[in-house]
Design a protein around this ligand. Structure first.
Ligand SMILES: [Zn+2]
Length: 332
């Protein structure tokens, strides 16, 4: 059931309360899904139309199912709610002789137009599920004397057909564009382009593009040949010519443009590549004025001379001799 126009609550009934198709074949000697039998629960005076009343119907029927007792039902429906109790392929015990061949739907007895529309939706969903037209029954047709006859079957049918038509309707065609109202404004087809520079190749003008005829085109300012302009959009005028919009005009929504025929693309001249093999000092760097660096003097190691031990001893003994002589002199 692809469509989900109405929420379906699932309150699965006990297996004790229904037959599988195989069980139905065995019990009734037949099984098919050829129709849907709609029931009228109790009476409008005895039961309300609220969600709570709906729940009480579900609880009662599922309670019966738990005990393995009829009546049980595939769906319970009311305007506020829709509850799935037993899969429609399985056979609920609610329609007497209609059980083996029809799906059972127990309905709140408060039938409004909105409720019929909802039942039509459910019916269409079931027809999709079984891929066939399902005949509409009320309980009365299977068991004379039951109270289900007030249900208007034709309303369910017509709403089911309406839902089917909604599903099958081709997607609504896109609304035709409304032609713009005639006015004094000129509609320019503006196309954003990658910003680029153009060079004006002949003396011309920046034009106010609001003109309706070329003869009445108004120059905003003269543009001399050689002028470089950065442009960022093109504007196609309804009369046919295309204009460049300057970055300034485009970003400010100003409708002034330069005829593309008066322009050529302009690329800034590229400086010749520098020879990077030799590092050139910057032009303004002082040349030959490098700071003079005073080298820190490196301490020179004093060479160690190997002297004969005996020579040193003789030298020291010589000093001792001299000192003694000097002391003797002082004593003397
Ligand atoms: Zn009934």
């Amino acid at each position: 059931m692809a469509d989900n126009s109405y929420a379906i609550e699932v309150k699965q009934a006990s297996k004790a309360g229904y037959f599988t198709p195989a069980e139905a074949r065995s019990y009734y000697g037949k099984y098919s899904r050829d129709g849907v039998t709609y029931h009228w629960w109790n009476s409008p005076n005895a039961i309300g139309g609220s969600a709570k009343d709906h729940d009480s119907i579900v609880n009662y029927l599922n309670g019966r199912a738990a005990q393995g007792q009829a009546p049980t039902v595939n769906y319970v429906a009311s305007e506020p709610k829709l509850t799935f109790c037993i899969a429609p392929e399985n056979v609920a015990w609610t329609s007497s002789a209609g059980n083996p061949t029809t799906v059972g739907v127990e309905c709140s007895p408060h039938f409004t137009e909105a409720f019929y529309k909802k039942l039509g939706w459910l019916h269409d969903q079931l027809e999709q599920r079984f891929n066939k037209t399902l005949k509409i029954y009320v309980h009365f047709e299977w068991q004379p004397g039951t109270a289900c006859s007030p249900i208007v079957k034709s309303k369910i049918r017509s709403y089911a057909d309406w839902w089917k038509k909604q599903r099958q309707a081709p997607p609504a065609p896109a609304p035709k564009p409304t032609p713009p109202p005639a006015s004094n404004t000129v509609t320019l087809k503006i196309a954003d382009i990658k910003n680029k520079k153009v060079k004006i190749v002949r003396n011309t003008s920046l034009w106010d593009l609001g003109f309706k005829t070329y003869a009445t085109a108004k120059a905003v300012k003269p543009l001399a040949a050689g002028t470089i302009v950065e442009v960022s959009a093109t504007a196609k005028h309804p009369l046919g010519s295309t204009y460049y919009l300057s970055e300034y005009s485009y970003s400010r929504g100003v409708g002034n443009g330069i005829n593309v025929k008066d322009c050529v693309d302009y690329v800034d001249p590229v400086a010749p590549p520098k020879d990077t093999s030799v590092v050139q000092p910057p032009k303004d760097a002082p040349i030959n004025e490098a700071p003079v660096i005073t080298p820190t003097p490196t301490p020179v190691p004093i060479p160690v001379t190997t002297v004969e031990k005996n020579v040193v001893i003789a030298f020291l003994e010589g000093i001792i001799v001299s000192i003694r002589a000097f002391i003797d002199k002082l004593k003397g």
